[in-house]
Design a binder for this molecule. Structure first.
Ligand code: HEC
Ligand code: HEC
Length: 378
């Protein structure tokens, strides 16, 4: 009851805020955000001009790959600009990702937190921002946008219809130095990804508008899931992001559709490569302790973003939740990586009804269409 009343009160406050903020909502994106949006949507940053960021992170589909959503049983990874190459992981949403801090070892949690990608390899230590660092990956990745060099990317900016906007935002000399221009390219894209156009915070959950079953689901969620998918306010007092950006091995089975890709060691695989490189960023000699761990994903818009898990093993949301509940009961295939299995999941003892309630709650995290109220962020 108390919760219900608090929610009603909350929803009252939120709608009042809405009234007061109508003028702010009508305000356009900043120049930097607008520039980032143009670049996010521009296919000229791929070798054959077939692919933009939006191809695999579609604005109409909560910023994931529509080809996967349309056929989650058979299509779990994106196809590159060459029309044949595929990656080995499912495209996560590009929304709400920018709250992730730089990859670091959190002594309180006793594990790694932050970074970008399922395995944290865009650490943020180079540009000071994991989201911007991430945006520098896809254009040069041979199985994604496949551009030959940074120079080629900057050349696209030089000839883009929005080159004037770029020069206004970053200065008249900003296209002279290729490395600096490539950093600015990424910073503008990150600004767009953090804008209220992308991070709307406009779901029914945000409006405090939950029915009885959804409220029961929320209570169960707080008890069973929020240790990792945090329901507390996020960095800078943002509304809940449903992740604490930590890493765990929940024991997903290998996806037979990706059998030719080899075992995916996640964070441990990245840390191993990092440790063995000539100039390590993290330098963790004990990387084996991180084998099989993947970053906890946000659950905002989760009802729209099938398939689920880093390898897209589960095509339905209910099955994904059910797996967290009963991994250890012997009815699921063995985990892809047996080491470092997390035991906060696997034997939760939820009933079928309780799983339904949680899934009903998760459906309230879908943003409404149109502009959101956003959050000040960084
Ligand atoms: C060919 C499809 C494809 C294209 C094009 C693409 N991405 Fe991605 N994106 C992915 C996949 C797959 C992953 C996950 C890869 C991994 O974790 O190893 C990913 C990960 C991300 C993430 C990390 C989210 C998180 O929570 O860690 C962000 C942000 C992102 N992409 C933004 C972008 C931007 C910006 C562009 C354009 C510069 C872009 N992507 C182009 C497929 C794509
Ligand atoms: C110990 C931490 C932990 C707990 C507790 C936990 N999860 Fe997860 N969850 C994860 C991790 C890590 C992943 C990604 C795993 C992977 O891809 O290998 C994940 C993935 C998911 C996904 C798929 C997200 C996507 O974008 O593909 C959903 C849905 C989900 N969890 C819901 C829940 C629900 C509901 C609960 C409570 C019943 C729960 N989780 C409890 C860590 C946790």
């Amino acid at each position: 009851m108390i919760i219900k009343r608090t929610l009603v009160l909350l929803s009252f406050c939120v709608s009042t805020l809405f009234l007061i903020n109508t003028a702010a909502l009508a305000a356009p994106l900043t120049k930097m955000e607008r520039l980032g949006k143009r670049m996010f949507m521009d296919p000229n940053y791929s070798r054959n001009a077939t692919q933009s960021c939006n191809t695999c992170h579609d604005k109409r589909l909560a910023y994931v790959d529509p080809a996967n959503v349309a056929d989650p049983d058979n299509s779990v990874v994106s196809i590159g600009d060459d029309g044949v190459s595929t990656g080995d992981r499912n495209s996560p949403t590009a929304a709400y990702a920018g709250y992730s801090p730089k990859l670091h070892f959190d002594t309180q949690k006793g594990g790694y937190v932050g970074g970008m990608f399922w395995d944290g390899r865009a650490t943020g230590w180079i540009l000071g921002d994991p989201l911007a660092e991430q945006a520098q990956g896809p254009p040069l990745n041979p199985v994604e946008m496949n551009m030959p060099s940074k120079e080629a990317v900057v050349e696209v900016i030089r000839h883009a219809p929005y080159v004037g906007l770029f020069l206004q935002v970053f200065g008249p000399d900003s296209l002279n130095d290729v490395d600096e221009a490539y950093d600015d390219f990424a910073r503008a894209i990150a600004a767009f990804e953090r804008s209220r156009w992308v991070q709307k915070f406009s779901s029914r959950f945000d409006a405090g508008d939950l029915n009885g079953q959804e409220l029961r689901g929320f209570e169960l969620f707080k008890a069973n899931c929020s240790k990792c998918h945090s329901a507390d306010p996020g960095p800078g007092g943002s509304p809940a992001l449903f992740t604490d950006y930590s890493y765990h091995n929940i024991g997903l089975p290998p996806n037979p559709l990706l059998a030719d890709k080899g075992k995916d060691l996640g964070l441990g695989g990245f840390l191993e490569k990092d440790y063995e490189s000539s100039s390590p960023i993290i330098g963790d000699a004990n990387y084996q302790a991180q084998y099989g761990k993947f970053k906890v994903p946000t659950l905002r818009n989760i009802a729209l973003t099938a398939p689920y898990g880093h390898n897209g093993y589960f095509s339905s949301l209910r099955e994904m939740v059910s797996f967290h509940n009963s991994r250890d009961n012997g009815s699921w295939p063995a985990p892809e990586v047996e080491e470092n299995l997390d035991h906060d999941v696997g034997n939760m003892g939820l009933s079928e009804q309780e799983i339904d309630d949680i899934v009903a709650f998760l459906h309230t995290l879908t943003d409404s269409r149109g502009h959101g109220r956003g959050h000040g962020g960084r």
